[in-house]
Design a protein around this ligand. Sequence first.
Ligand code: 13P
Length: 250
Amino acid sequence: MTNKFIHFIANWKMFGDINSIKSLNKVIKFSNIYKKKKFSIIYCPPYTLLNLFSRKVKNTRILLGAQNCHHEQKNSAFTGSISAKMIKKLGAKYVIVGHSEVRDAGETDLLVNKKIKTLIDNNLKIILCIGETLSQKKKKQTFKVLKNQISRGLKGIKKKNNILIAYEPIWSIGTGIIPKIFDLDRKIKYLKNFLIKKIKIKNPKVLYGGSVNHKNITYLKKIDILDGFLIGGASHSPKKFIDIIKKTFI
Ligand code: 13P
């Protein structure tokens, strides 16, 4: 993996407050001195921190993303929601869609699809999460589930060059369990092949997410075909997050 461009995405979920700026500062400092390597760091803090983080990351190599957005294009009467346009105006470049925790709360493939269309219209890049549950894995339905999530999520989408696919097996999120290297390698290859042949994405980028940490990264980075990592818990600690990045390139 060491010679290719790698994305490190920090998904903070419902964590972080005004003091989190200290954590961001440490990672900015690190990214300023660790210039040689080809990688991007994308911070996805909760909405409440987007403005603050956006001002901090200006003129650094760190990019900003939101964890979700509303599917409607126009600002309207949707209490508690944030539009793609608002996110764009804050300086964010990416938005996560289809995260299993959001799907759990009712986000369907149809909504994922609408969100993607809205994001493309607003010139935002997309991190599309896909993944199977433990029960689907046990029933050997993984490939079918992943194919459906991709095909339905990207239905009718023409501009597909700004989409990162994040494969996050649900049984791996927050559990400390990661897939076997052989199995993960096989899945990523399958996904890339499907994205090229059926979805017509020329050079698809596929990331892995689920319990990535500063210890198992040495193992995960062996999967050459991966284009990066979507990191939850371990991205809260600047030390652990930096360690993950450094160890990927050692
Ligand atoms: P963890 O790294 O905490 O398992 O979370 C993964 C995830 O859901 C990132 O989107």
